[in-house]
Design a protein around this ligand. Structure first.
Ligand SMILES: Cc1cc2nc3c(=O)[nH]c(=O)nc-3n(C[C@H](O)[C@H](O)[C@H](O)COP(=O)(O)OP(=O)(O)OC[C@H]3O[C@@H](n4cnc5c(N)ncnc54)[C@H](O)[C@@H]3O)c2cc1C
Length: 393
């Protein structure tokens, strides 16, 4: 197995690096560096710049406007994006819905929605989780009842990320209560301005508004918005969840975070000495870097297997589990390094160096990383069954 980049891949890396240096607006770069949340307008504008270069829908095939990159090129691109302090694309439409429409959508759905996703004309959010259906997603209760050419949808979704920015939502709904609970689920596309939809904010622990509850009361949805067949929603949802993601481990951003932490430890001091001289802190930084390097090599091994034609499998659970553990470890070290500068909440530029202002927010929000996208325990169950071959009830 070869995990070194080829000369062509190194040339590609250089091209991407130069492009970011020339095209990333300075204010976006600075905000990303400082961990300041961007507005929807800023994100859409940036994603349109990427799309102009043909580098937004990097995982899509050429026929749908993707650059036709290998998994390794996508990995390199993500490394360079993080290194340049470029915002990460907000990707429900790009990473989740796009591939689903390519695999299960009608020609009409593909023709209409895919170009709109690429050009960021639509902001999609994901309506899967419900108060009683998170890890046990198949227990979802939001009902879609057939009424002529429409469904009438009633129920509620929770943790809808950026639902307040979205003009469309892809939802898992129950179209039947017969048989196995997985068999009665369907996948519906719903316009957020349809009468009967209400979005209520959930303010998360970092004090920001990313999350929402979404309520549906007699919401009329045309049947042409069904993706796949009625009752096929579970198959569609599983396809979406296992769809290949080379960036699930978050290695690129963690590497940049690690570099910044080491720089801060060298540049800042206590009692006339750089923090880096503290053997206890050095040991913690070294441990975090070892964990990150191990994660990076696991990620590269997965890429090498993908490049050799093997389908990505349950290793993504391993990458998610360890990747989020590393993110949490680094965010904890950030708080330790910032010391008293981490105490103020959102004190951008007011107390101590500006780069410490988001330390506590980052620490707080990173707690959620081991819940969203499948909790730690759920990933461990997958690893136990699929990788270790353990059978348990
Ligand atoms: C920041 C954030 C953003 C999110 N964004 C979205 C979004 O945009 N759209 C969306 O649909 N959802 C979203 N979610 C929801 C997310 O997918 C769920 O929170 C997640 O699947 C866990 O479900 P739950 O919260 O219902 O917890 P539960 O499933 O109730 O889990 C509670 C606890 O029990 C454990 N547990 C559950 N089942 C098992 C088991 N079988 N074995 C061992 N332990 C188990 C869990 O690990 C957890 O510790 C988001 C969540 C967060 C935190």
């Amino acid at each position: 197995m070869n995990i070194d980049f080829s000369p062509e891949e190194l040339a590609f890396q250089q091209e991407v690096r130069e492009w970011f240096a020339q095209n990333l607006p300075a204010d976006l770069k600075r905000k990303t560096e400082l961990g300041i949340m961007l507005s929807k307008d800023e994100l859409v504008a940036w994603q349109r710049i990427l799309n102009g270069r043909g580098w937004l829908v990097t995982g899509w095939p050429k026929e749908y406007g993707g650059p036709d990159w290998t998994a390794t090129q996508r990995y390199i691109f993500d490394m360079e994006r993080a290194r340049a302090n470029a915002p990460i694309g907000l990707s429900m439409g790009i990473i989740m819905l796009g591939p689903v429409l390519m695999a299960f959508g009608t020609q009409e759905q593909k023709d209409y929605y895919l170009p709109r996703i690429r050009n960021c004309d639509d902001w999609w959010c994901q309506g899967y989780s419900e108060p009683g259906a998170g890890s046990d997603l198949a227990s979802l209760k939001t009902m879609a009842v057939s009424d002529g050419d429409d469904y009438i949808v009633n129920g509620s979704k929770i943790w809808t990320t950026y639902g307040h920015w979205a003009n469309r939502i892809f939802c898992l709904v129950r179209t039947s209560t017969e048989g196995k609970k997985q068999e009665g689920i369907s996948f519906l596309l719903i316009d957020m301005d349809t009468p009967g939809i209400e979005v209520r904010p959930i303010i998360s622990i970092d004090g920001e508004h990313h999350l929402n509850e979404t309520f549906f009361t007699d919401v009329r949805v045309p049947k042409k918005n069904l993706v796949g067949k009625e009752g096929q929603g579970w198959t569609v949802a599983k396809y979406l969840l296992t769809h290949e993601r080379t960036t699930i481990a978050g290695v690129a951003d963690s590497k940049v975070h690690m570099t910044n932490l080491k720089r801060m430890a060298r540049e800042n001091g206590a009692n006339g000495e750089p923090l880096m001289n503290d053997p206890n802190l050095r040991q913690k930084l070294a441990k975090a870097e070892i964990n990150l390097t191990a994660l990076e090599y696991t990620n590269l091994r997965t890429l090498a297997a993908t490049a050799a034609g093997k389908a990505p499998g349950p290793e993504s659970s391993l990458l998610k589990l360890d990747g989020t553990a590393v993110q949490q470890e680094l965010s904890e070290l950030g708080v330790e390094l910032a010391g008293q500068y981490a105490w103020p909440w959102k004190a951008e530029g007011e107390v101590g160096p500006a780069e410490y202002a988001s330390t506590m927010m980052r620490y707080a929000f990173t707690r959620a990383a081991t819940i969203y996208g499948g909790s730690d325990e759920v990933q461990k169950n997958v690893i136990a069954k699929m990788i270790l071959g353990l059978n348990f009830k």
